[in-house]
Design a protein around this ligand. Structure first.
Ligand SMILES: [Zn+2]
Length: 508
């Protein structure tokens, strides 16, 4: 009995592994992709995402919607097990996402009933896949190493085995928040319509077989993953502990990246726009087309020749001393067509930390439209907590100049009205002493965005400036910038901060 049981376990284990080796491509495996999708949802698309993008927080309420989302997370890999590689590969990337978006907007305009919500959830899952493949795989030999290479290096194993083994680990170590075995959701009609819109050649039978094989792998993995992962328990002692929080491509890092794509396309499904600087990696497949159009930098009167363009932190208020600070922020809105109508536009900033003396009164930050071009620059001192930047180079913004060796501000700090900026505030942010950190805060900038959409040549962004009365009060308030990524200097920090970079949300 014992022998036949062992043989049974041995054979089923081999079957599971064989199935996996066939289904997983050269990047993260299916269950791993679902787990990254789960991290995106639970860590980054929390309650506040519904304030930012109404309805997003309620999209995965039912089991059917969750099943659609997680099936979407693995969907682009359907072409690998059956050899329809080109069509499957195309499903990973931006041109496919754009056609998919156009199709859904046509066939499933909001408000959505539950069947439509499942279609939307599947698409959002599909969106998470390409970017997480890029983050997990990245380029060999470049620092910091990708998740896959880091595991291979720590545990002295071949990188080629990492995908399959860690997919099995994910089955063994994590659980999905919905029962998916035997209940995948494949919207074949939609997938085929989008493939046709993209003019992609594909074989319908291979699409059916590939998706069925992926469902089968999931079912087998759920039932046999614990057993199949067992032999590797001692071969990957470090990787096993670190693949969740490793910065560059661990599960948290991938979840953060995935959440940015979800927000961007969810806004567009609702005929709005979402702008946030997305992550770039060393590996640049041609279909990975991230939006990189947000620029920001803090100017300090006490450091008049320094540039802070690539610091991860923005300093929005000073501490009663003589020195002042002010932050420039600008977003490329050229994808909003001139004359486009919308109801509101908000700038969302992530409140990260208080410094200096304790805050005792309200701090008030006002936003003014900037009237001349400025250079974000590359000044950086520390990729976790840097604020003070580096000596400015030609073209960089500083307290003294909009572009060093080019145009000086008419008054230092972008203060001259109207040569440097407008005199009437577009929006204001009030931070009370009792406000907690680690949360989003927003400014209504509807009028400014409307002006820029109608006058695209005059979009030089905003100056976020503390009011004079507020500056007389103590308290330094720090917000995350468009370069935020790591939250600790060591590599095992999760890299979650990318998801909290400044965002501009335009809504109907
Ligand atoms: Zn893939």
């Amino acid at each position: 009995m014992a022998v036949s049981l062992r043989r049974f376990l041995g054979v089923s284990m081999l079957l599971v592994i064989a199935l996996f080796a066939g289904v997983s491509a050269w990047a993260a495996g299916g269950r791993t992709h679902m787990e990254m999708g789960q991290y995106a949802w639970h860590l980054f698309l929390d309650a506040q995402s519904g304030e930012m993008l109404p309805g997003l927080d309620g999209l995965l309420k039912s089991d059917a919607e969750k099943r659609a989302y997680y099936t979407g997370c693995i969907s682009p890999d359907w072409g690998y097990p059956t050899g329809d590689r080109d069509a499957g590969e195309a499903c990973h990337w931006r041109p496919f996402h754009e056609q998919y978006l156009a199709f859904l907007k046509e066939k499933f305009p909001p408000p959505w009933d539950e069947a439509a919500q499942c279609q939307i959830a599947f698409f959002l899952g599909c969106l998470t896949h390409g970017v997480t493949d890029v983050a997990w795989q990245d380029t060999p030999g470049i620092q910091p190493p990708s998740m896959m290479d880091a595991i291979a290096e720590w545990d002295r194993q071949s990188p080629n085995a990492v995908d399959t083994v860690f997919d099995l680990y994910t089955y063994a170590a994590c659980s999905l928040d919905v029962m998916l075995v035997g209940r995948h959701y494949w919207p074949y009609e939609t997938i085929e319509s989008v493939l046709q819109r993209c003019n992609l050649k594909y074989d319908r039978n291979k699409l059916l077989r590939g998706t069925n094989l992926m469902s089968l792998a999931y079912n087998a993995g759920t039932l046999g993953g614990v057993v199949a992962a067992f032999p590797y328990r001692n071969t990957y002692p470090i990787g096993r502990q670190r693949y969740v929080d490793y910065y560059n491509g661990g599960l948290i890092n991938c979840g953060a990246a995935a959440s940015m794509w979800i927000k961007c396309f969810y806004a567009r499904l609702n005929s709005g726009w979402y702008f946030q600087r997305m992550p770039v990696y060393n590996w640049k497949p041609s279909g990975y087309e991230p939006y990189l159009g947000v620029a920001d930098a803090t100017l300090f009167s006490s450091l008049p020749d320094r540039n802070t363009g690539l610091e991860p932190v923005l300093t929005l208020t000073g501490d009663r001393a003589d020195d002042r600070c002010a932050t420039l922020i600008r977003a490329d809105l050229s994808s909003v067509p001139p004359g486009a109508t919308f109801k509101t536009a908000h700038l969302w900033l992530y409140f990260a930390e208080r410094m200096g003396q304790p805050q005792t009164a309200d701090k008030v930050i006002e936003a003014f439209r900037v009237n001349r071009p400025w250079g974000e620059g590359g000044g950086a001192s520390d990729d976790v907590s840097g604020t003070t930047g580096a000596t400015a180079k030609t073209g960089d913004a500083t307290w003294k100049a909009a572009t060093k060796d080019g145009a000086s501000w008419t008054m230092p700090g972008c203060e001259a009205v109207p040569a440097d900026r407008e005199g009437t505030a577009e929006g204001r942010l009030v931070v009370q002493p009792t406000d907690g950190v680690n949360r989003w805060m927003s400014l209504d900038i509807t009028a400014a965005v409307r002006f820029w959409v109608d006058h695209p040549g005059r979009n030089h962004g905003l100056l976020l400036r503390e009011s004079d009365a507020s500056h007389a009060q103590p308290g330094v308030l720090l917000f995350l910038s468009s370069e935020a990524h790591k939250c600790q200097s060591e590599g095992f920090c999760g890299g979650r901060r990318m998801a909290w970079r400044p965002s501009i949300v335009i809504s109907q």
